[in-house]
Design a protein around this ligand. Structure first.
Ligand code: HPA
Length: 271
């Protein structure tokens, strides 16, 4: 067994012991989107340092804990803070937690992130459902091409999110997410290139988790909070504080959308 497999086994055991496998959905909260965790009923908070095998993150604005409980009547586990490839983590590490949760039986994975928008006309903040990604991170968490081909994002779950957005009165855009290694923001020329490649937003997370969760058998969806216009589309330089602040401004829209979605998931037959 490799060291990574041994760590994954430890995390599986810790999550199982915490009862995380009985959640219907896992929601990974991106930068500035953490306040949703305050709304969880009957919340049990599990700091990452107490979970064997859980890779921790040092990025400001990420709390570093799992929150288990109910949201809109649905048992959920919220991952408040994630680690990133640019922290020196491997593809396996950044996707380990969602993969373990899926292996324990959590069938629905909703990934969220902060991203730079490639459309100057989109207001800041805006929410965008990711229909597909372009993985420019140079790695994958999958060890064979036989698993995880095609797009990892589930079209039916996507339609459910669109319907929930309409009900919640949220103007939800759709688009392609270019996943980059980071941690530096893009140059102007890179932003032009991503646009010509067919991307609508750029960010530094999500793709590895989506690939791993899909390959483990979950239905996967992802939502970007467009926290800034990508470099060159605006005269304002992007920085992490601005990203977190814009994410916080989207709290009301984001919470409304997630609650409407969970109400719909709660009404579905348990899978
Ligand atoms: N680029 C990359 N990642 C990001 C951005 C950006 O402009 N904003 C938030 N995350």
């Amino acid at each position: 067994m490799t060291a990574a497999q041994a760590e994954r086994e430890k995390l599986l055991e810790s999550l199982d012991a915490a009862g995380a496998g009985s959640a219907r959905a896992v929601i990974v909260l991106g930068s500035g989107l953490g306040p949703l965790a305050e709304e969880v009923e009957g919340a049990r908070r599990l700091p990452y340092e107490g979970l064997a095998g859980m890779p921790e993150s040092a990025v400001p604005g990420h709390a570093g804990r799992l929150v288990l409980g109910e949201l809109s009547g649905v048992p959920v586990v919220l991952q408040q803070g994630r680690c990133h490839l640019y922290e020196g983590r491997t593809a396996e590490e950044v996707s380990r937690c969602v993969r373990c949760l899926v292996e324990l039986g959590v069938g629905t994975v909703l990934l969220t992130n902060a991203a730079g928008g490639l459309h100057a006309e989109w207001p800041i903040p805006s929410l965008m459902r990711i229909t597909d990604h372009i993985n420019l991170q140079g790695v994958t968490p999958l060890d064979s091409s036989g698993r995880g081909y095609g797009t990892p994002y589930d079209p039916e779950l996507g339609s459910l999110i669109d319907a929930a957005a309409e009900e919640a009165g949220v103007a939800l855009r759709t688009g392609v997410y270019a996943a980059l290694p980071g941690p530096t923001y893009e140059t102007h020329a890179e932003v032009r290139m991503h646009g010509s490649f067919g991307a609508d937003a750029v960010g530094m997370s999500t793709a590895q988790e989506a690939l791993a969760a899909h390959a483990a058998g979950a239905r996967v969806a992802a939502i970007s909070c467009i926290t800034n216009h990508a470099a060159g589309l605006s005269h304002i330089e992007t920085n992490h504080e601005e990203v977190v602040e814009a994410g916080l401004k989207a709290t009301e829209q984001f919470t409304g959308l997630i609650r409407a979605l969970l109400t719909r998931l709660g009404a579905e037959e348990p899978s």
